[in-house]
Design a protein around this ligand. Sequence first.
Ligand code: ARG
Length: 537
Amino acid sequence: MDVEAFLAGRLAPAFEAVAGRPVDPAVRPSQHADFQSGAALALAKELGRPPREIAAEVAGKSGLSGVTLSGPGFLNLTVDNEVLVGALRTPPAAPRAAEGQRVVVDYSSPNVAKEMHVGHLRSTIIGDALARLLESAGHDVVRVNHLGDWGTQFGMLIEQLADDDHEGASLGDLTELYRLARARFDGDDDFRTRARLRVVALQGGDPASRSLWRRLVAQSEASFLDIYHRLGIGLAPGDFVGESFYQPMLADVVAELTAKGLLVESEGALCAFPEGFAGRDGEPLPLIVRKSDGGFGYAATDLAAVRHRTRELHATRLLYVVGAPQRTHFQMVFAVARQAGWLGGATAEHIGFGSILGADGKMFKTRSGDTIKLAGLLDEAVARATDPAIGIGAIKYADLASDRRSDYVFDWDRMLAASGNTGPYLQYAVTRIRSILAKAADAPGAVVLGDPAERRLALALAGLEPAIAAATEAREPHRLAGYLHDLAVAFTTFYEKCPILKSGGATRASRLTLTARTGETLTLGLGLLGIPLPAVM
Ligand code: ARG
């Protein structure tokens, strides 16, 4: 049960009666009481009355006990113990959205023939948590891994692969293949010509080129799946919809945009100029839909993807979990798609995020300045921890616990620490709770809130639903992470102050219920974030 919503539900009609219009009571947890509402302050000007007077009238009309006036016109709200106890009668559950939507979440989206690196880590972790949160709210979530599996670089890759094959070599390490191909492309005129012809052959459907390309894609997909499996990411082969999927639609996308008068020829290329986007020179910024050589690029594919997701998949909400540098790209794609009428009533949103930094505050790289490969990073996490779930959980939690918009420093010691807002701290709390409950053979019973630590824990437990709702609505998993950490801290205090197994009778039964509910709440919340739980700790 959502105590915050219960209080808001009682205050809303009182505010409406006083203001003559619906008012959001803005009930928030508070240091001064259990909760506080500052809505009277915001109404003072509109009603031309002192905020304290408004607050007093609302308090009277609400019929709530435990309401006091504070400061310039705040309402301090203290929840009845019966309400808290009532909220603990049923196991915790994620709140359901009023209206279910079909939501496409585009996340992870690494590039074929390149190993996944830390840059893809945040998209993978944040995107997966958002997909879980949206699903828990009852939305129909379509996960899409928009693989970079198309483009001119495949000419050199296939050409290199064809040469290697000639020497009887296997596909081998894709990163090495990429490096060799790049070096030859840059230094060998003959190879470069062949690579260019190869792209044309591939796009023309040449069977030999297609089959080499398919081998590359298949090998990459297998390595991505391996990473997803290790990280506990809910992306399955059926969710892999690479850029190549949209290629057959591109000519029609251009035709439709042209018919709608949205494309302008500029230096041989076909571009859209959505309003409100200017380059550094102040000139309107083009979104290049067809390049001067006739080829289609990243933007054309994303336009086709928007159209496909709304028209064919019937999505009403599109989320793109991609790093902050691609913000303008997405804003422009959304603007053009909207002009083309492809978004209709659907919303499109770029869920940007900051970078992972090294200890030096610069982009997280190896000592020699290379990008850090994800597979190696996961190996190290597992090696550093006593249980794979702790190592993997530490990495995922560190990412989810920080505001996605900010950069954060990748710090093994901090993310693996047994205390603080870390994965291991929360996992440990669950493990401790499990061991307490395993030792108690007797059943939990009715909750009695005696000690202040018990009451604070009950209050913390009641905060689950608003925390999940806030994380989902703002697409900010860190709000749920922060809540779970606060709950674990409240439990730790309770555990230190209130003996559980050493107490007896009704007190023991009540404390066992509080303990069990905390375990259920932490497990639910960590599950929504995608944080694994170790079997033993
Ligand atoms: N493959 C791209 C990259 O690595 C990310 C793709 C994101 N999704 C999209 N629909 N553009 O930068």
